[in-house]
Structures are given as C-alpha cells and as structure tokens.
Design a protein around this ligand. Structure first.
Ligand SMILES: [Cu+2]
Length: 192
C-alpha cells in the first residue's frame, strides 16, 4: 500500500469514529429532552383564591400540584386571628352560602371516622389538620400526600369538585364527624 493511501484510510476511520460519537451524543441529548417533556406533562397545577365566610376577613391563595403520584397543597392565608385553626377538604365545591355550609361535611370517600391524618383509628381524606396563624394573622399551610389526585378516575382520591374550608376554631380530632372546629371562615371550590 502506498503511504498516502494508508494515511487516508487511517484518517477516514478516525473521522467515522468521531462522527459516530457525535451522533450518539446528539441522541443522548434528544432522549434527555424527551424525558424532561414527559415530566412536564405529568405535573398538574391548579390555583384558587379563598373567599371570606361567616363575617370574617380571611382570604388566601391555595395551590395544588400533582407530580409523580403525590399532591402537594400550599395555602397562604391572611386575615386570621392569631393562633390555631383547622383546615379541611369538604365534600362539595359550593361556597355560595354565607356560612360556607353549602360545601357539606368533610370529604370522606372511604367512610372512615373523623380523626388526625394518618391515625390508625381512621381519618377522612379531607382531614388535613390544624395550623397556626402569626400575630399579623398570616399563615402558610403546606401538606402533601399520595392519597389525593387531581382529576383522576379514583373517586377515593380525586379532590376535584370538593372545597377547601378554613375554620375559626381548632380541630380536636375526636368530635364526630367534624372535629368541632367552629365557624367556616374561608372557602374555595376545587374546580379544574
Ligand atoms: Cu372542616
């Protein structure tokens, strides 16, 4: 083989190898991009403004985000009295009445007794619990669970069509069926 041909062969082999590497890098990038797109599609976020009830001034902003089978709730509330208050999911997305009672009782699709979230004796799927408002009447409530979903087929998990209710009082986790948490001071329907 003449020297020039040997060199040329060696060069083109190198070139092919380099191109192959470039192509596989490009493919990896495309796969990563596709994965990111799928993740974005799987994240669902819904947001609501809470309205005052029972003569209160309690308003707020509630966001539910579902990602990988877990729903996170974040409620930012203002206009509360300082101290502890209950927050629940109630069964109907109807905040039309002045006292918030148009939302019905606690959302309890599994027919359990009222209780503290996670209690062995049972609890409602809407039994979020209590939170504390500061001296300015503000509170941020964060909660997450895989026992809820946003708009899925499983009616024991689907929070759409229900309501978020903030109470003036504290949930004692024992009084049936509502925890004796007093007046409903803020309300929003969870409507997709
Ligand atoms: Cu309640």
């Amino acid at each position: 083989m003449p020297m020039a041909l040997i060199l040329l062969t060696a060069f083109s082999c190198k070139q092919v190898k380099k191109e192959t590497e470039e192509v596989s890098e490009e493919m990896e990038e495309m796969v990563d991009e596709a994965k990111e797109m799928v993740e974005e599609v799987n994240v669902e976020t819904i947001n609501f403004q809470m309205e005052p009830k029972s003569g209160s001034t309690v308003t707020g902003d509630v966001t539910f985000t579902e990602e990988n089978g877990v729903v996170k709730m974040k409620a930012m509330l203002t206009g509360l009295t300082e101290g502890e208050h209950a927050i629940h999911i109630h069964e109907k997305a109807d905040c039309s009445s002045d006292d918030g009672k148009s939302t019905g009782g606690h959302w309890n699709p599994t027919g359990q007794p009222h209780g503290k979230w996670g209690a062995e004796e049972g609890y409602h799927r809407g039994d979020i619990g209590n939170f504390t408002a500061d001296a300015e009447g503000n509170a941020t409530v964060e909660f997450e669970t895989d026992q809820w979903c946003i708009g899925c087929e499983d009616e024991t998990k689907n929070i759409v069509g229900k309501a978020v209710i903030v109470h003036q009082g504290v949930d004692d986790f024992t009084s049936q069926p509502s925890g004796a948490a007093g007046a409903r001071v803020s309300c929003t329907g969870i409507i997709q």
